[in-house]
Design a protein around this ligand. Sequence first.
Ligand code: PMP
Length: 340
Amino acid sequence: MKVNPSVVDTIGNTPLIRLRQASELTGCEIYGKAEFMNPGQSVKDRAALFIIRDAEERGLLRPGGVIVEGTAGNTGIGLALVGNALGYRSVIVIPETQSQEKKDMLRLAGAHLIEVPAVPYKDPNNYVKLSGRLAEQLAKSEPQGAIWANQFDNTANRRAHIETTAPEIFEQTDGRVDGFVSAVGTGGTLAGTGMKLKELKPDVKIGLADPLGSAIYNHYAHGELKAEGSSITEGIGQGRITANLEGAPVDMAFQIPDEEALPICYDLLEHEGLCLGGSSGINIAGAIRMAKELGPGHTIVTVLCDYGTRYQSKMFNPAFLREKGLPVPGWLERKIDIPV
Ligand code: PMP
């Protein structure tokens, strides 16, 4: 029988999907790693599982213990689901600007959700710092103990990509992968996958795809952590070099405006049946830019980070797009033209 003992065992081993239009446009083979097919519908299930297993191995988590995290949502969803399966509770601190759908999912999964104003990292009330302090308090008061997942600086996060994502990509492409492109939230995906792919194939090119409002592009392109502009994408963008991003082997850096990324998501849904969140659009736009730099004939892999329904009220909502001054895809407002 082919049976998984629990949902936890279904994390990872996601398929690679050929992105037809991106490939045809560039003459390269561009593939997306379908991370939305993880049980929590995002790439962050991998990090959540590795962080929890690491804490268990260190004896920090006991049955019934509490996992505390500051997250844009996806890591929280992963932690809550894996926590439920393994017998832990979760407390999630989230900036109130994140999508309603992610907050609803967190509540559905039984997480104790704390919404806080979105303030910069240097502010003591930043969601990441608040979650760290909360974990410290709960570690004292909770009889079963509490841990701070600390996805930004806990390198169990990038180990998930060193041990699983990169070897999967290498194997799935028969070692033909020439380039890998990823955006950065914590940096776990870019650094972990990048480091291991370089080990498996030293001449592979690693590309950063960065949204506006993030400082990482300027760091790699111009040597200074400087941000400009803004983006409606969620879960990506960073203002500092996290422990997970430290040492990421970045060969190329691309800065991608929403106007370039979002139409890719709309086209993929309309013509290829792929429903993806905005960070996937940033990634695919980055893969297309890398393909143009490397020239035709190369194999480039990027990450399809999460499922689009998570942003139905935002990037798939004409009123929201208009309010942000972003173009509205025609089919989003068109009636279906099948006479019934
Ligand atoms: N896309 C989405 C939608 C995410 O939630 C995240 C994680 N915050 C990422 C991309 C980036 O992943 P990482 O944290 O590994 O950099």
